[in-house]
Ligand binder design. Sequence first.
Ligand SMILES: [Cu+2]
Length: 116
Amino acid sequence: MKAKSLLLMLLFISLAYLGMTQKIDKKNTLVVIKTSAQCEMCKERIFSELNMHKGVKKIELSLETQELTVIYNGVKTSENELREAISEIGYSADDIKPVKEAYENLPKCCKKSKDQ
Ligand SMILES: [Cu+2]
């Protein structure tokens, strides 16, 4: 009887723990997005946009690989919302194309090399 209740307690504890870790994961979701960022100016533009975006916690961008890493709260936003936000300021985000007007307004050095 005693062993049974101990086992039951253990089960409850592990279930509660599992629920907790899942919540923590969802609130700290990581995504890597391939962008069309070309230079430091692009980096600044993307950072200032995403820093205002709800749920965004941490951003990193490598200009060498053009890969943007974002840690975000998956309850407040989603990877597709992030991609949309990037496309709205003129950059491609994975297979989402940049919004045309925004892209055209970018300085020449920030456009894709084929358009320079
Ligand atoms: Cu640029």
